[in-house]
Design a protein around this ligand. Structure first.
Ligand SMILES: Nc1ncnc2c1ncn2[C@@H]1O[C@H](COP(=O)(O)OP(=O)(O)O)[C@@H](O)[C@H]1O
Ligand SMILES: O=c1ccn([C@@H]2O[C@H](COP(=O)(O)OP(=O)(O)O)[C@@H](O)[C@H]2O)c(=O)[nH]1
Length: 289
């Protein structure tokens, strides 16, 4: 049912219909519309075709796997081998000013959200948590990717990049239009394909703030958070899976940026205010604040 007929003329990408408020709509993306085959619009860019096919493949396979509980959902196309094509949105003709993006990484429960809140209060950053954006999209009535997101989060897996990147893009554009230029992008990129695509199509990351944290500390914090968070992944089973994903999939991203000398490492295993003091002094040293 997800097959695409050759020659079909696309007037909108799949992502456009996601969510009641079209959160994942491609409004903000120039050259969003495209066509294929006979009757297509000649020279129009075809940027969304691979993206759409990948998205459709991921959704189809996920639904299949959710109904056949024998194996985890794995996209039929290896996402690490495909990156979204395009040029950065910031700066560009439409959005002439560059934005400052700091990626905030660290294992689940390392304190990313806690420290971001403090930075927002003191230094007027916009805090965009990829996990929060996904949870919001998941609970948006009518979201066609709600079940898929739910499944990936419970399993501690990384949601296909085009969904998360589109959510981030929309949120950043909204904030840019309000005059904001400084962003803490929390819990993203968690996978190499996301890192490459985001920097190619949205903006480069100026710095990565990485919280080093022993697993045992994160485990205790997450179990504690789980008593009140209401999150479907703050339980022992999901936490173990998230740790595995973090080590196997997300640490290579930290290493990738570390090779570019963009990573500042902060020990998470101190009281909140002490961790924050380290963060602030590192940011000052790097001229981020
Ligand atoms: N330095 C710290 N010491 C003790 N508890 C902390 C510290 N930082 C965060 N926490 C607590 O640990 C839990 C996870 O923190 P959070 O900021 O939500 O992590 P993350 O965003 O990395 O998942 C929360 O309940 C938070 O209150
Ligand atoms: O770029 C992202 C960020 C988050 N997630 C999913 O959202 C979950 C929760 O992420 P969040 O950053 O909210 O929580 P953390 O695990 O850091 O506590 C992750 O385990 C992933 O399943 C994702 O797929 N892509």
């Amino acid at each position: 049912m997800f097959a695409t007929k050759p020659g079909v003329r696309f007037v909108r990408p799949v992502v456009k219909s996601i969510g009641r408020n079209q959160i994942l709509s491609c409004r903000s993306i120039p050259s969003c519309h495209y066509s294929t085959g006979a009757g297509g619009q000649g020279g129009k860019a075809n940027h969304f075709l691979p993206l759409t096919l990948l998205g459709v493949a991921a959704v189809g396979l996920t639904y299949y796997n959710m109904n056949n509980n024998t194996k985890p959902p794995t996209p039929s196309i290896d996402p690490t081998s495909s990156t979204i094509q395009g040029s950065p949105l910031f700066p560009s003709e439409k959005y002439p000013e560059a934005i400052n993006v700091v990626f905030v990484l660290g294992g689940p429960g390392s304190g990313k959200g806690t420290q971001c809140s403090k930075l927002v209060k003191d230094y007027k950053f916009v805090h965009l948590s990829a996990g929060d954006l996904l949870r919001k999209e998941k609970s948006t009535p009518g979201s066609e990717f709600g079940d898929l997101i739910d499944h990936y989060i419970k399993e501690g897996l990384i949601v296909p990049q085009e969904i998360t990147i589109q959510l981030l893009k929309n949120a950043i554009v909204e904030q840019y239009d309000k005059g904001n230029r400084k962003f803490l992008v929390d819990g993203f990129p968690r996978k190499m394909d996301q890192a490459l695509s985001f920097e190619k199509t949205v903006s480069e990351g100026k710095l990565v703030l990485y919280f080093q944290c022993p697993e045992e500390v994160m485990l205790q914090r997450l179990l504690n958070r789980g008593k009140t968070s209401g999150r479907s992944d703050d339980n022992l089973e999901s936490i173990k899976k998230r740790f595995t994903t973090f080590i196997q999939t997300s640490m290579p991203v930290v290493e990738y940026f570390d090779d570019q000398h963009k990573v500042v490492k902060v020990d998470c295993n101190e009281p909140v205010d002490d961790v924050y003091n380290h963060v602030v002094s590192q940011f000052k040293e790097k001229n981020i604040i």
